[in-house]
Design a protein around this ligand. Structure first.
Ligand SMILES: C[S@@+](CC[C@H](N)C(=O)[O-])C[C@H]1O[C@@H](n2cnc3c(N)ncnc32)[C@H](O)[C@@H]1O
Length: 276
């Protein structure tokens, strides 16, 4: 029998040779396997693992070594205040996207109707649902498989004010007037060298034509028909895209654009208003 302490030690020797994952990933694999939290893990280092458990852990470590993200192994990712289920049909929600939620909170909008375009796992829509429990929230995606995950996440987080709709951007959205439209659309250029590191995530969630800008253009051009006067359209975007996204919003007739930087001081979220 091998203790938690010994298995971790064994893996740590290994970690010196590989760099794709770290000690934290190893700890989280153990937490996932044993359905425990890290406090329990640290307090019970002498707990013995069975041969079957070690076999499972070793298989997962092989997957990590092959570049599979931890969230696709454990099947979940924490975002904002929520634990979200994720799978190969959904992007793994990124910490940068939490900035979008923070910006909305700081704008003090009190939106009654919100639309999240390209909801994926539901990360943005469901977080906004916890902030605005009285709002009517619509979350859409072109991927039926992603929407299934998002709906499951609404249920597991006991969120009841989000409606899910399969739609190519605005195509099947009712001509309604939203106070706030948010989107973290695909924005990576197909030639981007970083794409090779994202090979486990759906390309349809990552890549857009026109240097990654095509979906910002499609959404911005149609948005004014779906916004209330004074309503806000807000995007997450790549760190070098703020200037282009600002121009796209202005060309679509929206006004008072602003951009917020993320913790790494990269321009990350840009928004604009429909004229009153
Ligand atoms: C970058 S992911 C964002 C997922 C999630 N909102 C998040 O922030 O974690 C982009 C999402 O847009 C969806 N998408 C891509 N093209 C779309 C389209 N034409 N219409 C609707 N959704 C689309 C993808 O399926 C994917 O879920």
């Amino acid at each position: 029998m091998t203790s938690i302490h010994d298995w971790i030690k064994n893996q740590s020797n290994h970690l010196n040779q590989v760099t794709q994952f770290d000690q934290n990933d190893i700890n989280l694999l153990l937490c996932h396997l044993l359905s425990i939290n890290t406090a329990w893990l640290y307090a019970h280092q002498e707990h013995l693992l069975t041969a079957k458990q070690i076999h499972q852990l070793d298989l997962w470590v092989e997957e990590l070594k092959a570049g599979k993200p931890l969230a696709y192994i454990t099947g979940n990712k924490d975002f904002w205040t929520l634990r979200l289920h994720v799978n190969q049909h959904t992007l793994i929600p990124r910490p940068e996207t939490e900035l979008l939620i923070e910006v909305i909170e700081q704008l003090d909008l009190s939106p009654a109707k919100i639309l999240d375009l390209g909801t994926g796992s539901g990360a943005i829509a469901l977080s906004l649902a916890t902030l605005y429990p009285d709002a009517e929230i619509t979350a859409s995606d072109q991927s039926a498989a992603a929407l299934k995950v998002a709906a499951l996440n609404a249920k597991s987080n006991q969120i009841n004010n989000v409606t899910f709709i399969q739609s190519n951007w605005f195509d099947d959205i009712n001509a309604d007037c939203f106070d706030l439209i948010v989107s973290n659309p695909p924005y990576i250029d197909s030639e981007d060298e970083h794409l090779v590191n994202l090979s486990y995530e759906p390309l349809s969630a990552l890549v857009a034509s026109d240097h990654g800008l095509s979906d910002f253009k499609k959404i911005s051009l149609a948005a004014s028909q779906f916004l209330k006067p004074g309503g806000v359209l807000m995007f997450e975007h790549g760190w070098q895209q703020a200037e282009s996204v600002t121009k796209i919003l202005e060309n679509a007739g929206l006004v008072n654009t602003s951009t917020q930087k993320d913790l790494l001081q990269h321009n990350r979220v840009t928004w604009a208003y429909l004229k009153v």
